[in-house]
Design a protein around this ligand. Structure first.
Ligand code: ADP
Ligand code: VHF
Length: 279
């Protein structure tokens, strides 16, 4: 694909090769508040950071939850329904709006985007996987930021024929490995992994570095309290385990401050970093 427009890459910048290709995952609670209202300033800040990285020569893929969350805003609802078909209908309503919000924000920074909706079976089907990889390579080569979500309306777990719903943390890790990204940055409503759920335990301490996701670490993780996010810390640890087991890294940071992505890319100590010990 040859663009008629000149490349917007800033070739004078030196980039950190340890993060040259990066997947950034944003949870619902980062972009929708507890009353179900969209946090436009956060999305705008995130778009600015991603556009800057892309212009500097990084290849960025955004995995974003929030289709159901923004649909709550569209309908004036404050709570997520519990049955799967209602959630799927909300996701169908909200996904278009989610893309509109991102497209408008990214356009302010002249950043092009493309929507990619995935299901887990893509990763088990070599042909579909190759098609996805090839399409993403072309997008990245042309400075188009892929904006990925699970295709919620048809999301079915092939193994047990149950609806597998709402685990974009794992989807982001599988995607990061499939496209050979050096790392995954997860933005959430918490600024890292704690010794206990910090919303429930005021003595909880932040853990800044995890080299192995073992039973001790797993025991620290609880579910989601926001009523909007789905996975809680457990799905983030599953994502981290996938990354670490494949010699890649994951950093978990507070999504209220998307500019902190720049600190992660600069390898500054921030949030919780999941990475195996260098041998
Ligand atoms: N040990 C822990 N450390 C940090 N957060 C935890 C822990 N255990 C459970 N949590 C919960 O996980 C939440 C983040 O997950 P979730 O609500 O699914 O967010 P997202 O929408 O970003 O995926 C935190 O807000 C917190 O309530
Ligand atoms: N795919 C769904 C949400 C899935 C999900 O993983 O949610 P979250 O726990 O907020 O990352 C959506 O867009 O609403």
């Amino acid at each position: 694909m040859v663009s008629k427009q000149p490349s917007t890459t800033n070739t004078n910048k030196t980039i950190n090769p340890a993060w040259q290709r990066v997947v950034i995952k944003v949870g619902t609670s980062t972009i929708v508040d507890s009353d179900g209202r969209v946090k436009y300033p956060v999305i705008n800040q995130l778009s600015q950071v991603i556009s800057t990285l892309s212009r500097d020569g990084y290849q960025v893929i955004l995995v974003t939850s929030g289709a159901i969350g923004v649909a709550l805003d569209q309908l004036g609802l404050t709570k997520r329904p519990t049955d799967i078909p209602s959630q799927q209908a909300l996701a169908a309503l909200g996904q278009g709006y989610l893309m509109t919000i991102y497209n408008q924000s990214m356009a302010l920074y002249r950043q092009k985007t493309g929507q990619v909706l995935l299901t887990y079976d893509v990763f088990n089907n070599p042909q579909m996987l190759r098609h996805m990889q090839e399409a993403l390579e072309v997008m990245l080569d042309n400075h188009i930021v892929p904006i990925v979500n699970e295709n919620d309306v048809i999301a079915v777990d092939e193994m047990d024929h149950q609806h597998s719903f709402g685990d974009n943390d794992k989807l982001a890790a599988m995607l990061a490995l499939a496209v050979k990204a050096q790392g995954l940055i997860i933005l959430s409503d918490v600024d890292g992994l704690y010794t206990a759920n910090p919303n429930l335990d005021s003595n909880a301490q932040q853990i800044t570095r995890v080299t192995k996701i073992d039973q001790v670490i797993r025991k620290l993780a609880g579910g989601s309290e926001s009523g909007l996010g789905t996975g809680g810390m457990i799905t983030k640890l599953n994502a981290a385990e996938l990354m670490v087991n494949h010699k890649a890294k994951m950093v978990l940071i507070d999504g209220q401050f998307p500019e902190r992505i720049m600190q992660v890319i600069a390898d500054e100590p921030i949030g919780t970093r999941f990475q195996a010990e260098e041998k």
